[in-house]
Design a protein around this ligand. Sequence first.
Ligand code: AMP
Ligand code: GLY
Length: 439
Amino acid sequence: MYIYNHYMVPNKSLRVLIIGSGGREHALLRACKASPLVAAVSVAPGNGGMEQEAVCYPLNVSDTAAIVALAKKLDANFVIIGPEVPLSVGVVDELEAAGIPAYGPVKAGAKLEASKNFTKEFLVRHKIPTAQGKRFTSSEEAVEYLTSQKFPIVIKADGLASGKGVIIAEDFDQACTAVYDMLDSGCFGKSGSEILIEEFMEGEEASIMLMVCEDRYVMLPASQDHKRVGEGDTGLNTGGMGAYAPAPVVTPEIERRVVSEIVEPTLKGLAEDGIRYRGTLYVGIMITAEGPKVVEFNVRFGDPECQVLLPLLKTDPVAVMYACATGTLDPKTVEFHDGSNIIVVLAAEGYPGTPRKGDVISLPSRIPAGTGIIHSGTVREDNGTITTAGGRVLGVTARGANLAEAAKSAYALISQIRFEGMHYRRDIGARQLRRDREV
Ligand code: AMP
Ligand code: GLY
């Protein structure tokens, strides 16, 4: 249950439209359903799980005019944008022009995710710690540069590539292949017509999500995603196979450094550059021997991190989002629960390559208290059965007094879920669980 918010938003006054179709948006929908402020909530385009809880409308999420038209048709007075694509094409600018408050940054702010070179230049200009990097549009010049570099090295497509546009090249040959694939063969289309070649940072990664209202912000507990498909962090990169929060690898000392060396200079830099930033700022950090450095910014909640973070908020997350969107955030009023949350992603056969689709999902009839099943790539058939329709199919969440308890409950619930080809990592949070056992 959320504690009543401190903003002057009357109960049952918001008619919310959520844009997106993943697990993140399903978690946002659950938060809306639990919020006393929300009178009605719809989703576009949604998924099989969300359809059981709200009306879903078909939508191409990069069509900003269609989003504005749908919001008007539904008489929505608050729109929550889940994914980066509509933000990067300026949906919030257009919704605001139509007088509809929306959670998420304007197009100029969304560039922090939509262009890695823009972000690198921003970080360097504002003296924020990050890996050294250089931009290229010519493969010849990029390869020439590589001849004098150390390996591994990181090659990044400049634009959005669904989390797949980053190659960690172990040697010169692999790096050249990545350069040619992106710049000459166009494997990421326009997103890879410009690249960033970046120094490899050694360390442990963590995600810090901020809910930002210009110079004010709420910092959510640190979380850790598991990007590789295989146990022990092996295999290909994915959108994320599981997460937990809080992540104690971000110690109070590291958190202080993240605030003073990264968060505050970033928000100050955005203001100096004339960018009015409201919405989530996801700071991906590498905890290196020299301290925390920025790996990437995202301009929306992480998926699956969102699914473990929203339930840690004691304050109504809808109230916080609405306050950010309308310029009224008072960070002092935001409180968190104790304990840990975990999510384990259940993926389809073939993921992160082409996933197998259309398999019937068998779900438990009873979901124990403190656990949950979040839908991502699912559809609801006309006869009511839920079938697989994407790479990341479901996310199983659990909450516990500590991470060990949360993990035990999540894996117990997973043992009751089945679909053909289902695979998942059995080691979500394992690194932290080992550390917990050592102390
Ligand atoms: P990005 O899309 O920039 O977050 O990159 C995807 C993943 O690649 C990150 O989550 C890291 O695991 C890895 N990565 C990106 N840049 C670097 C870097 N400079 N050094 C080491 N690993 C990196
Ligand atoms: N889980 C990583 C992301 O959302 O980008």
